[in-house]
Ligand binder design. Structure first.
Ligand code: AMP
Ligand code: ZN
Length: 136
């Protein structure tokens, strides 16, 4: 538990949330500023700032849970697609520094700012790939 972490407060029931699911590792609740109808957040019970700090054992459960909740959300709100999104760090747009997976049912295109970028410079792409590979 970190002081003043709003998601820790939610996890401990000190701030209200509209919960849809919980288990020993995660709590899922409705996003208070939804991007679309049915937008959920899946948070870890324990405080980890980003995906980098979440133990692999727990992180490995996040995607299957996202799948389970997405299936329910699609059926529940009548959406035909969804986004699973994790922002990590302020530069990525992360506002709450407590690991969370967004489950965002999509009823229509254009609800999210996330779009394809510019075409890659194919002469630079191999160098970028090498820089990443060298750090694996
Ligand atoms: P991110 O930018 O990935 O950190 O997303 C944080 C999300 O938390 C945003 O979509 C907010 O709408 C949502 N949020 C912040 N406070 C609350 C709250 N008290 N209850 C539910 N969702 C919240
Ligand atoms: Zn926290």
């Amino acid at each position: 538990m970190t002081a003043k972490c709003i998601f820790c407060e939610i996890a401990h029931g000190r701030i209200p949330s509209v919960r849809v699911y919980e288990d020993e590792d995660f709590i899922a609740f409705m996003d208070i500023n939804p991007v679309s109808t049915g937008h959920l957040l899946v948070i870890t019970r324990d405080h980890y700032p980003t995906a980098l700090e979440v133990p692999e054992r727990i992180l490995a459960k996040a995607l299957p849970l996202g799948q389970k909740l997405a299936k329910a959300a699609l059926a529940g709100v009548g959406a035909t697609g969804f986004n699973l999104l994790v922002n990590n760090g302020p530069v990525s747009g992360q506002l709450v520094a407590h690991f969370h997976l967004h489950v965002i049912p999509r009823q229509r295109p254009g609800e999210l700012p996330l779009k394809a970028g510019e075409p890659a410079d194919l002469t630079k792409l191999p160098f970028t790939a090498t820089a990443i590979r060298d750090n694996l």
